[in-house]
Ligand binder design. Structure first.
Ligand code: ATP
Ligand code: MG
Length: 743
C-alpha cells in the first residue's frame, strides 16, 4: 500500500518505485513524455540521501535549464529540508563546468586564461567574429559581415561540441583540428574552392581563439571542452571530482552532445553511481550537436551493466492527447518504443482550427484564450502558446496586447540580453578586470564621447603592432596600482603621442577622460557593494541621460514605442535591485558548489585552503588567493577589495550562464508564449500550437538531410503535443504569412 511508504516515495507507481529504489550502479530510465521521469529522478535523490546515507553535496544533478534545476532543488528542500536543498549541486552542464574551471583552470596547461576568466555567450562570441570579419573585409556591409559571423560561430560551436578541439592547446591547434575535421568528412579529394574555404575558416578560428585569450574569455563550448581537457589531463583534479560526486543524475539525457557525454563518463567511470533519464523520441537539439544515440548505443557500449527501467504510464495528459501524440511519433522510421498508456480519462476533444492567414490565426488564438480565462477554467500561467519560430510571436503579441491578456514571453529577449542591461554589464565587465576587449569595444563610444570607429580602428592597429590587446594598451596589464593598497591606486600607462596614434585632439582628450572614468569605476567596483558600483556606472558614464535621449533605441525617432525609455530605465533599476539581492549561486542555480569539498581527509587538498562548511562560494581563503585571477606575486589587493571584485565577477558569470529558457518562469503572471524547443520538460493545462503549415511545421532547410530533419521535426511536434494536460488546440492557415504559402 502506497500510504505506508516514507514521504519521498509516496505518490509513485510500482514501476516508478522500482526505478527510484534500483540498486546503486548505472540506471537508465527510458520513457515517454509525462511518464514521471523527472519526478523519478527527484525521488531518487531523496532516496539516495534517506536510504543510502548519501550526503547532499555528494550528489550531482544535471538538468537542461537553470530553471529546472531550481525547481528540483525546491522540491527536494520541501522533502528533505532547506539545508539539503542548498548543498546539493543541481544545475546545467555549463554551470557545472563553470564551477570546475573557476577553481581549477590554472591546473590546465595552455588555456591562456586564468581564474578571472569571463564567459561569452553566443551573442558575444558572434560579436568577436563579426569584428574579425569586418577587419578582414573592410568593404563589406554590416549585414554581410554579421551573417558571415553567424556562420562561423555555428561552425566553431559544432566542432567544439563534437569534441574535436579538446586536446588543442594553442589557437592554431584549435584551428587545425577544426580544419582537419572538415577534410576528413569528405569522400573525394577536396576541390580548390573547398580548400580555400577551410583555409579561411581556419584563419578565422585562429584569430578568434587568440582574441578570446586576450580577453581572458571562454565561450559556452569552451566551458565544456576545457573541463573535459582538465579532467582528462590532470589526474589529481579528476580524482578529486570522482571522490566528491558519488552520485550523478542526468535529466533529458537524449539531448546531450559528445562533450557532455564525455563529461558524464569522466565523472562516473569506472564505478560510479549514475542515474539517467530521457526519451529518444524527444531529442530535439541535434542541430546544436546533441546526439540521441548517447542514450542508446553509446551507453550500451560504455555502461554494459546498466539496469534498464521503462515507465509506461502517462500521468500528464488526457487520453485523447496521448493517443494523438503517439499517432504522430509512430510514423518515425526509427520509432520502436512501446506505446504510452494514458492514466487520465479521454478529456476534451482536440480542436483543429483553420484560419485565413496568420493575422486571423493570432487574433483567433487571443480570443480563445480570452474566453478560457473569462470562464475561469485555467489560471493564466497554465495556458501556453508554442510556436515553431520566434518570428511567429510578434503577431500574437500584438493580439494579446489588444485583448488585454497578460503574457510572459519565455525565451524572448531575456532581461540579460537587453541593450541597456548589456551595456551596463559591459562597463562592469571592463571595470572588474580591465582586460575585456569585447566589453571595451562595446562601450568605448556609448554613450557617445568622440571616440568613434575611426579612432578605435587606429588604436587597435597601434595595439596590434605592439602585440597588445586594446585593453592592455589603454589600461596596462596587470591593472594599474600594484602594491598592497586598499584600492588599486590610480596610475594609467602613458599613451603614445596623439599624433603617433593618429587621433584628433578632441578624440585624444575624450580617450583620456574615458580611461580615467574606467579606472574610477574599477576602484568603485573594488571598494563598494556591487549594487552601489552599478549605480555608479549608470550615473558616472552618463548612461541614464543616454537612455533618456533615446540613445539605446534601434528604432528611428518617432517610431519609438510609447514608454520605451521608461521601460529601459526601469530595467536598469531592476538590475541594481538584482545586484543588491545577489548571492553566489542564486542566478544560475549552482548552489554551494565549493562548500564542503573534500570533507573527509583529502590527499591532494593542498589548494583547498581548508574550506569550511559554508553556503557561499569561494569565500575567505579562496578569495584572498585569487583576487582578480592569478596576479603576479607582487600584485596584491587588500582582502575586502578583492572580495568585492570577486563578487562582481561571479555576478557577471552567472548572468552569462542564465539562458533564455530560464526566463519568464515562476511567479510572473500571464499566459506563456514560447518556442516549441523552450517547452521541453514543461506542462500546461491548455496548449495552443499555431502555424501547422508545411514549411513552418515541419521547417526544413534546403541543405538538411531530409529524412533525419523530418524525423526531428516530428519529434519536436511530439514534444509540443505532449505538453498539454487537458486542452490541445491546433491551427493552420490557408495563407501563411511566413513560409510555404498555402500549403
Ligand atoms: P517529460 O518527458 O515531458 O519531461 P516526464 O517523464 O519527466 O515528462 P514528469 O514531468 O516527471 O514527466 O511528470 C509528468 C506529470 O505527471 C507531472 O505533473 C507529475 O507530477 C505527474 N506524475 C508523475 N508520476 C505520477 C504519479 N505516480 N502519480 C500522479 N502523478 C504523477
Ligand atoms: Mg521531464
Amino acid at each position: 500500500g502506497q500510504h505506508q511508504e516514507p514521504p519521498h516515495l509516496r505518490q509513485l507507481s510500482e514501476e516508478q518505485l522500482a526505478a527510484v529504489t534500483a540498486p546503486l550502479g548505472t540506471v537508465r530510465v527510458v520513457a515517454g513524455p509525462g511518464s514521471g521521469k523527472t519526478r523519478v529522478l527527484t525521488s531518487r535523490i531523496a532516496h539516495l540521501i534517506r536510504a543510502h546515507g548519501a550526503q547532499p553535496y555528494q550528489i550531482l544533478a544535471i538538468t537542461f535549464t537553470n530553471k529546472a534545476a531550481n525547481e528540483m532543488k525546491e522540491r527536494l528542500a520541501a522533502i528533505l529540508g532547506e539545508e539539503a536543498g542548498k548543498e546539493l549541486f543541481a544545475g546545467t552542464f555549463h554551470g557545472l563546468c563553470y564551477r570546475i574551471l573557476k577553481r581549477h583552470i590554472a591546473d590546465l596547461q595552455g588555456t591562456g586564461r586564468d581564474a578571472a576568466f569571463t564567459i561569452y555567450d553566443q551573442d558575444m562570441s558572434t560579436r568577436v567574429l563579426a569584428r574579425l570579419v569586418r577587419a578582414a573585409n573592410p568593404d563589406w556591409g554590416g549585414r554581410a559581415a554579421n551573417s558571415k559571423a553567424d556562420e562561423l560561430q555555428d561552425a566553431i560551436s559544432k566542432a567544439k561540441s563534437r569534441m574535436l578541439t579538446w586536446h588543442a592547446d594553442t589557437p592554431r591547434g584549435v584551428a587545425d583540428a577544426i580544419q582537419q575535421h572538415a577534410i576528413m568528412q569528405l569522400e573525394d579529394q577536396p576541390t580548390a574552392g573547398e580548400l580555400a574555404r577551410w583555409q579561411e575558416l581556419g584563419d578565422y578560428v585562429e584569430q578568434y581563439e587568440r582574441a578570446m585569450r586576450d580577453s581572458n574569455a571562454v565561450d559556452f563550448d569552451d566551458l565544456l571542452g576545457l573541463a573535459v581537457a582538465l579532467l582528462r589531463g590532470n589526474e589529481a583534479v579528476h580524482r578529486r571530482y570522482l571522490r566528491r560526486f558519488r552520485h550523478v543524475l542526468v535529466d533529458e539525457f537524449q539531448d546531450t552532445n559528445a562533450t557532455q557525454y564525455e563529461l558524464v563518463k569522466l565523472l562516473t567511470l569506472p564505478r560510479g553511481d549514475l542515474f539517467i533519464v530521457g526519451d529518444p523520441d524527444q531529442s530535439i537539439y541535434s542541430f546544436r550537436g546533441a546526439d540521441m544515440t548517447n542514450m542508446t548505443q553509446a551507453l550500451r557500449k560504455d555502461f554494459p551493466e546498466a539496469q534498464i527501467y521503462a515507465l509506461r504510464d502517462n500521468y500528464r495528459s488526457c487520453a485523447r492527447i496521448v493517443a494523438t501524440a503517439e499517432r504522430v511519433i509512430e510514423q518515425n522510421d526509427d520509432w520502436q518504443r512501446a506505446g504510452l498508456r494514458p492514466r487520465l480519462p479521454a478529456g476534451h476533444p482536440i480542436e483543429v482550427h483553420v484560419l485565413e492567414d496568420s493575422h486571423a490565426e493570432a487574433e483567433h488564438i487571443a480570443k480563445e484564450i480570452k474566453d478560457l480565462l473569462r470562464r475561469g477554467e485555467h489560471p493564466e500561467e497554465q495556458v501556453a502558446v508554442l510556436m515553431r519560430t520566434r518570428m511567429q510571436a510578434r503577431l500574437l503579441e500584438q493580439q494579446l496586447v489588444l485583448h488585454k491578456i497578460p503574457y510572459v514571453m519565455v525565451g524572448g529577449v531575456p532581461f540579460w540580453r537587453r541593450v541597456e542591461v548589456q551595456d551596463v554589464m559591459a562597463y562592469l565587465r571592463l571595470a572588474v578586470g580591465l582586460r575585456d576587449d569585447v566589453a571595451l569595444t562595446r562601450i568605448i563610444n556609448t554613450p557617445k564621447r568622440s571616440v568613434g570607429d575611426t579612432s578605435v580602428k587606429k588604436l587597435r592597429a597601434h595595439a596590434a603592432e605592439r602585440d597588445l590587446s586594446l585593453c592592455a594598451l589603454l589600461f596596462g596589464r596587470p591593472p594599474a596600482g600594484s602594491g598592497a593598497t586598499s584600492s588599486a591606486a590610480a596610475s594609467l600607462p602613458p599613451l603614445p603621442d596623439r599624433k603617433e596614434l593618429g587621433l584628433t585632439p578632441q578624440a585624444a582628450a575624450a580617450l583620456q577622460a574615458f580611461r580615467e572614468l574606467v579606472l574610477g569605476l574599477h576602484e568603485s567596483v573594488g571598494s563598494r557593494p556591487l549594487a552601489e558600483a552599478i549605480e555608479d556606472i549608470i550615473a558616472k558614464t552618463g548612461y541614464e541621460q543616454h537612455v533618456k535621449e533615446g540613445g539605446c533605441s534601434s528604432m528611428k525617432k518617432g517610431e519609438q514605442q510609447h514608454g520605451e525609455h521608461a521601460d529601459r530605465l526601469m530595467r536598469l533599476e531592476q538590475l541594481v535591485a538584482v545586484a543588491e539581492e545577489y548571492v553566489p549561486g542564486s542566478l544560475s542555480g549552482a548552489g554551494a558548489f565549493d562548500a564542503d569539498f573534500d570533507v573527509a581527509g583529502s590527499e591532494d587538498g593542498s589548494d583547498s585552503g581548508g574550506s569550511s562548511r559554508t553556503s557561499g562560494i569561494d569565500e575567505d581563503a579562496e578569495v584572498t588567493r585569487h583576487p582578480c585571477g592569478s596576479p603576479p606575486p607582487d600584485y596584491t589587493y587588500a582582502p575586502d577589495y578583492s572580495l568585492h571584485l570577486q563578487h562582481a565577477q561571479n555576478f557577471l558569470d552567472e548572468a552569462a550562464l542564465y539562458s533564455s529558457a530560464d526566463e519568464g518562469g515562476q511567479g510572473a503572471r500571464g499566459v506563456r508564449v514560447m518556442t516549441m524547443h523552450a517547452a521541453k520538460g514543461l506542462e500546461f493545462e491548455a496548449v495552443f500550437v499555431p502555424g501547422l503549415n508545411d514549411g513552418l511545421v515541419p521547417l526544413l532547410r534546403p541543405d538538411d538531410d531530409r529524412r533525419d530533419a523530418l524525423s526531428e521535426e516530428r519529434r519536436l511536434f511530439y514534444v509540443s503535443l505532449t505538453r498539454a494536460k487537458q486542452r490541445l488546440r491546433l491551427s493552420h492557415t490557408w495563407e501563411s504569412t511566413f513560409f510555404g504559402r498555402g500549403r
